[in-house]
Design a protein around this ligand. Structure first.
Ligand SMILES: Cc1cc2nc3c(=O)[nH]c(=O)nc-3n(C[C@H](O)[C@H](O)[C@H](O)COP(=O)(O)O)c2cc1C
Length: 197
């Protein structure tokens, strides 16, 4: 069976560094037969979570906007790839709004005690991120967020195959990086391989 890979491009900068990393992976994975989908958060017409409590009754978000088409894609994927640069040590606001809209899954799981999804397949997730600066702890915040996001969605966060690059700032910097493209292609190969259950 073909692996379903859903990539979330979280930078507002089109064809920026993190989107490039994502495209390298999605294009190569598609060439290897994977079923790929890309979502750009800054092109979605979505509201942030308004903490209305509507999801506490059924575990479904009651805001009627483009997020409604996205839940099944993300929850059904074998691999989810979150691609986002550091903005003030974490993800850009567009991606944070996207993430917060999964509060309905938190409600389904922890308030209503229902399973997140019906299938028993493995679901795994990656992070692709860059920052303009350098520092040993600069990715601690985004890592914490991804750990939380993936854990609520019952997605295993595969940190080992996630990609982190420091001192990548201007658009196109990632293309000049010594190993980034090759790293991305290795990830594509890994996530296109048939998944064991
Ligand atoms: C609003 C804003 C906040 C940023 N905050 C950080 C930061 O906290 N740490 C960092 O290393 N780089 C920071 N940067 C730099 C970006 O992470 C960097 O330019 C990155 O390459 C952008 O990736 P993109 O092309 O995928 O958008 C920030 C950039 C912007 C525009």
């Amino acid at each position: 069976m073909r692996n379903k890979i859903v990539g979330i491009a979280g930078s507002p900068r089109k064809r920026g560094n993190t989107e490039k990393l994502l495209d390298w992976i999605l294009d190569d994975a598609a060439g290897r037969g994977a079923d790929t989908e890309k979502i750009r958060t800054s092109e979605l017409d979505i509201s942030p979570c308004i903490e209305c409590g509507g999801c506490l009754k059924k575990g479904l978000c009651v805001i009627d906007d483009e997020m409604q088409d996205i839940y099944d894609s993300v929850l059904g994927a074998d691999w989810v790839i979150m691609a986002a640069p550091l903005f003030f040590m974490n993800v850009p606001a567009q991606m944070k709004s996207f993430i917060d809209r999964f509060q309905c899954i938190w409600a389904k799981k922890f308030v209503l005690n229902k399973p997140v999804r019906d299938d028993d397949r493995r679901h795994r997730g990656l992070l692709l991120t860059v920052g303009g600066t350098k520092g040993t702890t600069m990715f601690a915040g985004i890592d914490q967020l991804m750990k939380c996001f993936y854990s609520i969605l019952d997605i295993e966060f595969d940190r080992e195959h996630s990609l982190y690059y420091r001192q990548i700032d201007a658009r196109g910097d990632i293309e000049k990086h010594d190993t980034a493209r090759a790293d991305a292609l290795l990830v594509a190969e890994y996530i296109s391989a048939p998944l064991e259950k």
